[in-house]
Design a binder for this molecule. Structure first.
Ligand code: FAD
Length: 517
């Protein structure tokens, strides 16, 4: 279904002929042909009707208004890294925000930044480090948009010290689903970016909670977020050639370790103690396979390291980086850590602390470069189980249930053979926690796909019956309708929000919720 000519021309008038396309070559580059996936799932993947590249808020607003007027849908995306940037059905126009790529402000004194959607974390973090600052980065990788509203929850490696999207979000410029421009928080009141709420009633809870609406509620064109202190050097020079590269030296005051524990209980205790004492800069409860993906340069090497490291650990573990703000602070943090590790019987994994590897690991975790290898390299696709955000041991327990199911799949050979342990992480120095279980399945195998779907169904059942809360992966009508009745009927409120702010249902709600009664 091509767009009617008058609609196409109206959009073209907004962005200019060089910034709009309906050429199949372009449309297929946004949502590629995946014949094996479509064959196994039996679901055809829709493409966009046209792709537009607006250059600023005014052009975004004009496109949104046109879509409302002509009764067509639109979907905005930042770097389009995730599949949820794809259209849910035919008839959708894409707003690709790649031309909106400026860092608008780095406020060193008040420690916030303002970015447009196509600034990526790698770029922002490098600029911040030059000024003694650092930002939280989504675990999806520093190749993603630095807008916390583009990242779904925005949890990542640095969240123990740098929190996550919901908490870092400050003032915002929002083109509402029907094309109004709303400047939220201190931006609306004072023209300043430092605060996301008020004065007076705030709309912050409308545009996001723990997660965001995945393109289902208009377009975010500029956003401010909190940034944090960076105790390291202003640049991080590296040596070697990709894929074998590492920083020339480990910055003074930095230390990286992977600790394993004899039991899950002891690991959880250690995580809580690291949180209470506020000594962690990065803490990720990576399992061994996610750790080895960070240094292996191909699948065979990955499996080799995985076997080798698995033999060296005593049970579940976590990756920890500590960073001292001064030599005294560094010594203090090391001493506290030593006491925690003795009390919880932790064991350091030799190859991570080996100076030959430590720098490479450190670079990959601080710059968050390895997510693609962690999830995609083995089989090209991943799935699994994703918790919400709640107290750390609760999230850890929830996600451990999935491990048993995964073990069964591995024994049957339905999925890639890797570590069974889930990964869990601590946020804001243990203030809360999150967990995920990664499975890498085989796209061409129905049995493998069914394993993934079975795990998903079981994860939902468990979350609801065990009162573990709403996971970050819950999206779309069917899942919200499944969870809502057990969770204060939130789905009814979410629908009311969608209906009120998007009266013409213009903002593609495939990843959010539709207004169906
Ligand atoms: C391999 C992988 C690992 C991941 N790991 C994590 C993780 O550890 N932690 C985590 O929090 N998330 C994770 N995610 C999800 C992740 O947050 C997002 O994929 C990523 O941060 C999105 O950034 P992006 O720039 O690519 O956004 P896009 O893919 O461009 O967009 C993501 C969603 O947000 C919407 N959106 C984007 N920008 C705008 C905008 N300006 N206005 C309105 N809507 C917009 C899009 O419509 C889409 O639904 C992962 C995803 C993948 C594929």
């Amino acid at each position: 279904m091509a767009l009617k000519r008058d609609i196409y021309r109206a959009l073209e008038d907004v962005v200019g002929p060089e910034n709009i396309s309906e050429d199949p070559v372009i449309l297929y580059s946004y949502v590629p042909l995946r014949p094996s996936m479509e064959k196994v799932t039996g679901v055809a993947m829709p493409r966009f009707e046209a792709v537009t590249l607006p250059k600023d808020t005014k052009e975004v607003q004009a496109i949104v208004k046109l879509c409302n007027r002509y009764g067509i849908q639109y979907k905005a995306a930042s770097t389009s890294w995730g599949g949820y940037s794809d259209p849910a059905a035919p008839g959708v126009v894409k707003l690709d925000l790649r031309r909106m790529n400026r860092i608008l402000e780095i406020n060193e004194k008040n420690m916030y930044v303002v970015v447009e959607p196509y600034v990526i974390y790698a770029q922002l973090q490098a600029e911040l480090m030059k000024r003694g600052l650092n930002c939280n980065i989504t675990g999806a990788g520093s190749n993603c948009s630095a807008l916390p509203l583009a990242a779904h929850s925005n949890l990542g490696h640095l969240s123990i010290s740098g929190s996550y999207g919901e908490r870092n979000q400050l003032a915002l410029e929002w083109v509402t689903p029907d094309g109004e421009i709303v400047r939220m928080g201190s931006l609306g009141a004072l023209g300043e970016w430092f605060c996301g709420d008020g004065p007076g009633p705030s709309l912050r809870g409308i545009i996001r909670g723990n997660v965001m609406p995945l393109g289902g509620l208009g377009v975010y064109t500029k956003a401010a977020q909190k940034v944090y202190h960076w105790p390291g050097p202003s640049t991080f020079p590296i040596e070697g050639v990709s894929p074998r590269y590492a920083p020339g030296q480990i910055p003074p005051g930095f230390m990286i370790r992977y600790y394993s524990f004899p039991s899950l209980e002891l690991m959880e205790e250690a995580v809580c103690k690291v949180g209470e004492s506020e000594i962690g800069f990065i803490l990720m409860g990576f399992n061994i396979s996610m750790l080895t993906a960070n240094i292996a340069t191909d699948n065979e090497e990955d499996l080799k390291y995985m076997r080798q490291y698995t033999d060296m650990v005593q049970g579940p573990g976590f990756l920890l980086i500590i960073a001292g703000n001064s030599p005294r602070d560094f010594e203090y943090k090391k001493k506290v850590l030593q006491q925690i590790i003795i009390a919880t019987e932790g064991k350091s994994l030799g190859p991570v602390e080996d100076p030959k590897n430590a720098g490479g690991f450190m670079w990959r975790f601080i710059r968050v470069t390895a997510s693609i290898r962690e999830v995609f390299r083995a089989t090209g696709i991943f799935g699994g189980m994703v918790s919400g955000t709640d107290v750390f041991p609760l999230m850890s327990r929830y996600i451990q249930y999935g491990a048993k199911i995964k073990e069964g799949f591995i024994q049957k050979g339905s999925i890639h053979t890797d570590s069974i342990d889930p990964f869990v992480q601590s946020i804001e120095h243990g203030h809360c926690g999150h967990g995920e279980l990664l499975i890498r399945f085989f796209l061409k195998s129905r049995e493998s796909l069914e394993a993934q779907m079975g795990l998903s169904a079981e994860a939902n059942r468990l979350a609801i019956e065990g009162h573990f809360g709403v996971g970050h992966g819950v999206r779309g009508d069917a899942q919200h309708d499944q969870y809502g009745p057990h969770t204060s009927n939130y789905h009814l409120w979410l629908r009311k929000i969608k209906k009120t702010f998007d009266p013409n249902a213009s903002s593609d709600a495939g990843g959010y919720i539709t207004v169906k009664e």
